[in-house]
Design a protein around this ligand. Sequence first.
Ligand SMILES: *Cc1c(COP(=O)(O)O)cnc(C)c1O
Length: 449
Amino acid sequence: MRGSELAQLITEEGIVCVTDACRAVLARLREEITKGGLEENALGMAVSGICDAVVAQVRRDLHYSLKPVINAAGVILHTNLGRAPLAPTAIEHIQQTATYYSNLEFDIAEGERGKRDVHVDRFFRKLLVAEREPSTIVVNNNAAAVLLALNTLAEGGEVIVSRGELVEIGGSFRIPDVMTKSGAVLREVGTTNRTRIRDYESAINEKTRLLLRVHRSNFEIHGFTEQPKIGDLVELGRARNIPVIEDLGSGALLDLRQFGVQGEPDVLASLRAGVDVVTYSGDKLLGGPQAGILSGRKDLIARMRSNSLFRALRVDKLTYAALEATLLAFVKGDHDAIPALRMMRISNVEISARAEALTKAVGTRELKIDLVDGESIIGGGAAPSAILPTRLIALTHQRHSADELAGHLRNCDPPIIARVEDGRVLLDLRTVFPEQDMEVAKALNSFAH
Ligand SMILES: *Cc1c(COP(=O)(O)O)cnc(C)c1O
């Protein structure tokens, strides 16, 4: 046996891992011998290959499971692929503040205990300038934000919600279930397609604690529909002294119409319309880390902060660092620094040019490559009908089906995630980082002949 190779492996990876790997490899070999499945020749080969097998086993054991993939599916906020990729400044800020100690909960000027919210609250106040200056707190995700809001403001009482808004968002977030967990009672009003302000009005009783509006996020209702304007809900809430909460979900911090994306409400517009508290995700249209954000009336946010549930749902310094850096980009108006927003704005011309350059770098013996018009999707339950025109690379292979080809692409290092449609594999470079284009070309070349 090549002892020196194993000795080096032990130096690099530690004796424990190498011993484990040796045991696993030898156990497999013993099992095969016992089963009598190995001829003399094969046995000799297996024995001489033990060292390589141990090295391979160690590599497999010590591989990270969580790893980067190339998103060529054209879904910008792909929940299965980690939603928003972080801005480089967010990564730097995490690295700086997490490598050393930080002032996470320390007031440096006073030399005493501080609050972790202050690091982001000041930026939210700059970004969300409304008639009433809002307070903001951050929890683990938007599901947690909704839970905290309902539990704090409505436990033991009733919350009025339109039947057209009793939604399920991917990953089993269901409004009726969250309501139950919060200890509040759901009071449904209206119908699936039509709910009027009168429906809310007549459901109000002495147990009513909140009026809740939920953004439908991942679907739209068309046709014979009606939903009260948010302003009407606010007016009703104020007249009856009942807070109005809006679960926005995607939580755009800017008006996306400037990017050509219609129909997605932004946080500021809701606050300006008079909504008392809005809840939204940090890793959807905000383009930051996973988080749930609650912005709104100071007295209500203060009650949520002092709820013990807030302590259980709070986020760590890594999240604050990433969120602070992402918000700073918004404050500076540097939207291109945020990958998810930049991807939304890449022009079709730019994507076409990259797609052409990429396909030129690929051989076409067995691979047929076409460029076709298509659409990218925002994803993350945001603007489901927004259309971002794109140019797709469409692939067919002489010997492999589209599903097989997509499987081969997933087996690449890094894995490439594509769409399969009408018997073709489709690659959308909108969600591929430009520095990954040639990695995709390299992978395609390995199937070209
Ligand atoms: C996405 C979404 C949620 C869940 O948010 P997470 O951050 O994934 O927990 C809740 N409500 C709405 C309306 C959403 O769009």
